[in-house]
Design a protein around this ligand. Structure first.
Ligand SMILES: Nc1ncnc2c1ncn2[C@@H]1O[C@H](COP(=O)(O)OP(=O)(O)OP(=O)(O)O)[C@@H](O)[C@H]1O
Ligand SMILES: [Mg+2]
Length: 243
């Protein structure tokens, strides 16, 4: 089964994946600053951020109402909304869209929550295949150390507490994230991840990312294919009503 739909638009889609605390947002933000400094039009899209399902997700989580299937479907709805109303118009306009987590997050998390690998891949088959997908590989302990260093509480769903792996939040988080890590490792070949050693310094990792971007997308960057006008970008954002 061919995985995801090829991107036939002028713009490019770059995604970052990895367990919580692997450094995805840090790296994607640096990459987008660099692209902007080359006068390339860049837009961001974050996992689970669509206004369409926000209230339902909040209520469902609060009352612990989700089953593995409904949890997966609500995230897929969020994803479809962002893809169709925001990501695709921006790709059409010629922007570089940077996605902080993509369908592969569902391939990891939803499977660990109990849906089948085949089912979740089938669910997301409408998604556009990224031009570049980075996977930030980090040992569990390093990621946990970073997360606990940065804030005090781990949230209920983030720790997979609904799975009843342990009554202790930190222990549950450890088991849950460990299983997601195994899923990511198992899908590297299948989805074509560029693996970044996320234990390295922020600067080292950023250097590697930029080299890969130049190698893979350099021609489009050089030929000015990705210089969408700000007017096009603004129009696409306005159409998605997320300005
Ligand atoms: N290479 C690094 N070395 C040390 N600390 C880092 C490194 N990269 C990021 N950090 C720090 O680790 C923490 C988590 O980083 P970041 O928020 O980028 O991770 P993330 O993968 O986006 O996590 P989440 O999935 O929870 O959003 C932050 O406090 C960040 O400053
Ligand atoms: Mg993040």
């Amino acid at each position: 089964m061919p995985l995801l739909v090829p991107n036939r638009y002028r713009g490019k889609l770059i995604v970052v994946e990895g367990i919580d605390g692997s450094g995805k947002s840090t790296q994607l933000s640096l990459l987008s600053q660099w692209l902007r400094s080359q006068r390339i039009a860049v837009a961001f899209s974050e996992w689970n951020s669509s206004p369409l399902v926000r209230e339902t997700t909040r209520r469902g989580k609060k009352k612990n109402m989700f089953t593995p299937v409904t949890f997966s479907l609500i995230h897929a709805t969020d994803f479809a909304d962002r893809l169709e109303r925001y990501i695709l118009p921006l790709l059409k306009a010629g922007a570089v869209v940077c996605a902080d987590r993509y369908a592969y997050t569902a391939f990891g998390r939803d499977v660990v929550r109990g849906v089948s690998r085949k089912w979740v891949r089938n669910l997301y088959k409408f998604a556009v295949r990224p031009n570049l997908a980075f996977y930030f590989r980090v040992p569990l302990e390093v990621a946990i150390g970073r997360i606990l260093g940065g804030r005090n509480a781990i949230k209920y769903y983030e720790a997979g507490m609904d799975l009843e792996l342990s009554r202790n939040v930190e222990e549950s988080f450890r088991i849950f994230q460990g299983r997601i890590l195994d899923e990511y490792e198992a899908m590297i070949q299948e989805v074509g991840f560029h693996v970044i050693d996320a234990t390295g310094s922020i600067e080292e990792q950023q250097q590697q990312m930029r080299e890969i971007v130049l190698e893979e997308l350099g021609e489009s960057l050089r030929n000015g294919l990705l210089r969408a006008s700000q007017g096009d970008i603004d129009a696409a954002k306005a159409a998605a009503r997320i300005l």
